[in-house]
Design a protein around this ligand. Sequence first.
Ligand SMILES: [Zn+2]
Length: 469
Amino acid sequence: MDYLNAGLDLVQSRLAWVATDPFDWKLYLQLTSWGVCLFESYLLLRQFPLYSKTEPPPVLKDHFKEEVFKKSQAYGKDKAKFSLLAGFYKQIVDSIFIHFGMVAWSWKAGGWIVGKFGYGPEYEITQSIAFAFTLFFLSSLPSLPLSIYQTFVLEEKHGFNKMTPQLFVTDLLKSWAVGFVIGAPFLAGFLAIFKWAGSRFVPWLMAFLLIFQMSMVVLYPTVIQPLFNKLSPLPEGDLRSRIEALASKLKFPLKHLYEIDGSKRSSHSNAYFFGLPWSKHIVIFDTLIKQSKSEEVEAVLAHELGHWYYMHPTKLLSVSQLHIFSILALFPAFLRAPPLLRAFDFPPQVAAKPPTIVAFLLYQMLLTPLEAVVGILMNAVSRKFEYEADRFACELQNKLGDSKMADMGDRLGRALTALHVENLSTVWVDWLYSAYHHSHPTLTERLRALEGYKAAAAAEKTAVEKKEL
Ligand SMILES: [Zn+2]
């Protein structure tokens, strides 16, 4: 712990100027956030011409009927146009908000709200919660028309929207309510730790965040998701027995197997697992079950169990802890920095003793361009994991010594292609666009890799059989 604190102190002394020297942080934020926005637009412009191609890549030629390919290109083009315009719109709104000091204004509004309830500025945590929700509402309202357009015009036009206006409104209200019920105590705990631990908050806060993440793993599926979707046990039958058999052969601690009514909102489909190490739940979208044969859904689950087998979620959690640690380690320099608050239009009396939540939020905003880079790295890790899980499915025949699984790679390929076709997912993808935005390799890349894994698994099988002879 002493070693850790010494290291943190060194970082702190290097950044000591932040607390004393005036710097135009607002200009820095405007320039860097516009930089990210322009880069994202550039990526869309790289991707855009690919939507005019008239033929799918050779590997996919047999799977895409001309009609479906045309539809997928049209859908992609519409989505890209929307993303380009929405990106600029959001950036302009954010830019105006920053220019006119919206963060400072929200802090004042938070103080006014809690004042109405008889709490003065000495109640920093209470005012912080009021501030955070004011700021959240102000910044999310302008993008509401965008999500309405996306759901009821764009997705509707291409036949994906299953949402009714009523469901849209209740979803929104529910998500705000859930945000408040979870967010307020979370924020209070977060700020209380700062108050209590003083300048040595890093390890304590990390422990707090980890406990919070773990409790969300339990709470999300059991309490939150049922507010939005219906999870029902997967009925007895071929699919259920296949998945149960697979889970038990791999010693996957399967507790519950659910079907989720994903089709209530959209016909995009998927499957996933979650839970604590000793008790896992698998959830399959009803749309996936409808679109694919049970042996293909089994292959999708084999891929998912590959993620579990190689402990991908745990590895991703460790990477995210490292990420959180670096963010927190640099934060003390920004925690008591009056020039930072002055740069964002806070009055001198507030800036003199910066509220923790304000300092943290401004600090987070300054990290935007760095977060974009972190996102690219996280995508690279995630893609590597996707390939590993695909290979796992192909190797199951040897791992479990089950020749009925010899065609697992083919089945997975068919399921992935069917999902892709049903979702009208983009077929031609620019490599830079994909590196920035996608956590999964493209379908073409995955099918090509699957061919290699299948061949390797078959060769291994022959080698083993020869030895046995
Ligand atoms: Zn995966």
